[in-house]
Design a protein around this ligand. Structure first.
Ligand code: AVJ
Length: 323
C-alpha cells in the first residue's frame, strides 16, 4: 500500500513521513512516548489557544502583562534591532505587544512554527503593522534557525524571541543544544528574549495541566485523533485518559495518555501493532519549570549573558545578549 493516501490532509509527503517515523520510533520506546510538537494540528492549535484563556493556565496572561509593561525597557537595553525572529509564535498576540515598542521602522520578522495554523494566525495578527516585512517558516526551530542564518545578516541587530515557556518542552540536553543552535544563528550583540515558567506549588502546577473544564485533556487526546486521521491509526480515544503529573526531581510537569484497559492498537502508516496494558501510559509532553537562579547558567553555557530580567507571579522574561 502506498503512503500517498495518508498525505491528503495537507502536510507534504516528506513531513508526513517524518510524522509516521517519529510515531513508530517514539511509541516503541520504553516508556512509550509521542513527541509534543505533533499536538499542534489545526484543532490542537485552537485547543491550545483555549487553554491560554483558562483561569488555571496563567502563562500566556502573565507574559502578556510583562510584555505590555516592559517592552520599552527591553528595547532600550538593546542596540537598534532590525530583525526579529520568533520561535513558536502561536497566535502572534505576544509579538504584536512586543513590537508595539520596536523603535525601528521597516524591520523584518521571521516566524518559525511547525503549525501552519499558528503561522497564519501570527502573520495576520502582524499584518496590521504595515511597516514590517513578515516571513513565515513552516519548520522545526532548528530548521527555521538554519534558514534564517543562511539568509544573511541585515544592517541592525537580531532579536530572537522564544516565549510562553515553549523552551520547557525540551529536556536539559535538548535545551542546551537548542540554545547553542540559537546562539550559532546569531552574531555578537544580537539577543534572545526568553519566557520561562517558574517552579511553583504543585496544586497550582497540576491545575494548569489538568483543568476542570477538560480542555487540556482534549488537547492531549487530540494527538491520538491526529494519528488516526493522518497515519491510519485505530486508537479508541475513549479508552485513554489524560493525566498530568509533577515530577519534582526532574522539575517538570508531564502529560500522559493512560490506557484504560488492555487493548491492541494499529497504526498502518507507521507499521505498528501494539498491545497496551491497562494503566500503561504514553508520555506526550514535558513542561520544565525553572528557578530564576538556573537561567543565567543555562544561558551562559550556550554563549549568552543575561542583561535584563523581569518577573511577575511565577513567570520570568529574561533578556540575554550573544557574547
Ligand atoms: C506551549 C509548550 C508552553 O508546556 O505549558 C499547555 C503547552 N501543554 N497545556 C506548556 C501546554 C499543556 C505549553 N507550551
Amino acid at each position: 500500500m502506498s503512503m500517498r493516501r495518508f498525505v491528503a490532509s495537507g502536510p507534504s509527503e516528506a513531513s508526513c513521513r517524518d510524522f509516521a517515523e517519529d510515531v513508530a520510533y517514539s511509541l516503541a520506546q520504553s516508556p512509550r512516548q509521542l513527541p509534543s510538537r505533533y499536538l499542534y494540528d489545526e484543532l490542537g492549535s485552537s485547543l491550545f489557544e483555549a487553554i491560554c484563556r483558562l483561569p488555571w493556565y496563567r502563562i500566556a496572561r502573565i507574559e502578556q502583562s510583562l510584555l505590555r509593561s516592559h517592552a520599552n525597557a527591553i528595547f532600550s537595553c538593546l542596540p537598534p534591532v532590525s530583525t526579529v525572529v520568533e520561535l513558536g509564535p502561536g497566535s502572534g498576540e505576544k509579538l504584536v505587544t512586543l513590537l508595539g515598542a520596536l523603535p525601528a521602522r521597516g524591520a523584518t520578522v521571521h516566524l518559525v512554527d511547525v503549525s501552519p495554523a499558528a503561522l497564519d494566525n501570527a502573520a495576520s495578527a502582524l499584518a496590521a503593522s504595515s511597516s514590517l516585512t513578515v516571513a513565515t517558516h513552516h519548520a522545526t526551530y532548528e530548521e527555521g534557525l538554519a534558514a534564517i542564518g543562511r539568509s544573511g545578516a541585515a544592517a541592525g541587530q537580531t532579536l530572537v524571541v522564544f516565549l510562553g515557556s515553549n523552551i520547557g518542552n525540551f529536556d536539559p540536553p535538548g535545551t542546551d543544544t537548542l540554545l547553542r543552535g540559537i546562539r550559532a544563528a546569531l552574531g555578537p550583540g544580537d539577543a534572545l528574549l526568553l519566557g520561562t515558567d517558574l517552579v511553583k506549588p504543585e496544586p497550582e502546577l497540576l491545575l494548569a495541566y489538568d483543568d476542570p473544564l477538560g480542555v487540556t485533556a482534549a488537547f492531549n487526546l487530540n494527538l491520538l485523533v491526529r494519528v488516526n486521521r493522518e497515519l491510519g491509526g485505530d486508537f479508541d480515544v475513549n479508552q485513554f485518559s489524560h493525566r498530568a503529573v509533577w515530577n519534582a526531581p526532574e522539575s517538570r510537569v508531564e502529560m500522559h495518555l493512560v490506557s484504560r484497559s488492555r487493548q491492541r492498537v494499529q497504526v498502518r502508516g507507521s507499521r505498528i501493532d501494539i498491545t497496551f496494558e491497562a494503566g500503561e501510559s504514553i508520555w506526550t509532553e514535558s513542561s520544565y519549570k525553572y528557578r530564576t537562579d538556573d537561567l543565567a547558567p543555562m544561558l551562559g553555557r550556550a554563549g549568552f549573558k543575561v542583561i535584563g530580567q523581569w518577573q511577575e507571579d511565577g513567570f520570568a522574561l529574561t533578556l540575554a545578549e550573544a557574547r
